[in-house]
Write a protein that binds this ligand. Structure first.
Ligand code: PMP
Length: 437
């Protein structure tokens, strides 16, 4: 039984899963991937729960790919969106509107150092596109460095930064270096940040003119399977990159806004201040919204040209985004994530003692990964078993994410209102499913 939750979903009389799925296959193209053998028709969302066409409730442990930060249809955010929608839905930045300015002020107040200028876009890919452009214009260099196992977007440029085989297409993108991933569980140097940082220096020394435009990384790799970079790595690498004339970009699309519990921004875990920060997903609680924050100096390279997109900073998204920041603070979601996350990680680690298939439990706050292996010594990915358990969890009412190079990592990244009871339910369901398997 899922933990009790006081909400009655509305009756649903719309088309059913099979009909929608048939239409989707016909009109939305074959590459649109979907979770579950029998897709779920989600008709309502309320905080950390989702409801299907039959009114069945599911615990959402993946938050629409780490996007619903405050909770599905959070009432205060909904009010802000509706109020703004009734007044003005769209204007563009060629006119003045207070919502974008208020949101920019609130967002930059969350940033350290001189990160005081923001550009609004509509997604994480667009944010990283803009960051790439800024880095190249500002430094006058072309080369960009990203980590293997990274995900930075699916647009034609950002797919070059992404280094996961399922997302790779043969699209040329000028001079991108994928350096060794400082993955403490699978990386050949374990947690030795210095050795991984040397690989960055080697790439610069052997593979470039000695100058680069920049370096980009997630502090906890999301799509890559909740891989936290070896401690101390970013400090060493930021130094190397700055010496080579480049700027350092932190991709906070998944790690921002307190989800990791220990810090508001992921980069703070490693004690660095980036030159450019990109964000999306949780910033809008589901609204299409992204942002790039940088220093006035870097932003000045765009001053002579027009940097513009039609929807970026749209009044509705800005009003919604501002409400998200306010709600996460008011409800103390960062410390809540720390609290629930440490409870969950503790319980998962005890589960690990009983189930050999769990090779690693990692992450922070409500950004956790459970890597499944067929034997712990060789760390052979338990791909088929993960697929079976994934379906079983759904049957039990828990929706988790999948990730990692081999799809053998469960990602637990729920809305940040997820409770300890919810966490216990996930652990019990996983325990039951593994025992059955
Ligand atoms: N960066 C990271 C870390 C991401 O996880 C994602 C999306 N999974 C992106 C960028 C791209 O965001 P979007 O899908 O909004 O373009």
């Amino acid at each position: 039984q899922l933990p009790p939750f006081d909400y009655q979903p509305k009756p649903y009389n719309g088309p059913l899963a099979d009909e929608i799925f048939a239409k989707r296959k016909k009109f939305l193209g074959p590459s649109l991937f979907h979770y579950y053998q029998k897709p779920i028709n989600i008709v309502e969302g309320k905080m950390q729960y989702l409801y299907d066409e039959s009114g069945r409730r599911y615990l959402d442990a993946f938050a629409g790919i780490v996007t619903v930060s405050a909770g599905h249809c959070h009432p205060e955010i909904l009010d802000a969106i509706l109020e703004q929608s009734k007044l003005l839905q769209h204007a563009t930045t060629i006119y003045l509107h207070h919502a974008i300015a208020d949101f920019a002020e609130a967002l930059t107040s969350k940033m350290p150092g001189n990160l005081k200028v923001v550009y609004f876009v509509n997604s994480g890919s667009e944010a990283n596109e803009l960051a790439m452009l800024m880095a190249r214009l500002y430094t006058g260099n072309l080369g960009l460095i990203s980590l293997r196992n990274a995900y930075h977007g699916g647009s034609s440029s950002t797919i070059g930064l992404t280094a996961l085989n399922t997302w790779k297409y043969p699209i040329p993108e000028g001079e991108i270096h994928h350096v060794m991933n400082p993955n403490p569980y699978r990386g050949i140097f374990g947690s030795d940040a210095k050795s991984y940082a040397k690989d960055v220096q080697d790439h610069i020394d052997y593979g470039t003119s000695g100058k680069v435009a920049g370096f980009i990384a997630e502090t906890i790799q999301g799509v890559g399977g909740a891989v936290e970079l070896a401690p101390g790595y970013l400090k060493l690498v930021y130094d190397i990159v700055h010496k080579a004339g480049g700027v350092c970009i932190a991709d906070e699309v998944q790690t921002g806004f307190g989800r990791t519990g220990s810090h508001y921004w992921g980069f703070e875990m490693q004690g660095v201040v980036p030159d450019i920060v990109t964000m999306a997903k949780g910033i809008g609680n589901g609204l299409p919204l992204g942002a790039v924050v940088t220093t006035p100096e870097i932003a000045s390279v765009l001053a002579e040209k027009i940097q513009f997109n039609t929807f970026g900073g749209n009044p509705v998204c800005s009003a919604g985004g501002l409400a998200v920041l306010r709600v996460l603070d008011k409800e103390k979601r960062q410390s809540h994530c720390a609290d629930v996350g440490s409870h969950l990680i503790g319980r998962l680690r005890s589960l690990m003692q009983r189930h050999e298939i769990i090779g690693d439990v990692r992450g922070r706050g409500l950004m956790l990964g459970i890597e499944l292996v067929t034997d712990r010594k060789e760390k052979t990915p338990a791909k088929a078993e993960t697929a079976v358990l994934f379906e079983k969890l759904r049957e039990l009412g828990v929706l988790v994410g999948k990730g990692g190079l081999n799809g053998n990592v469960f990602r637990i990244k729920p809305p940040m209102c997820f409770t300890k009871d919810d966490a216990d339910f996930v652990v019990d369901a996983l325990d039951y499913a593994i025992t059955k398997l």
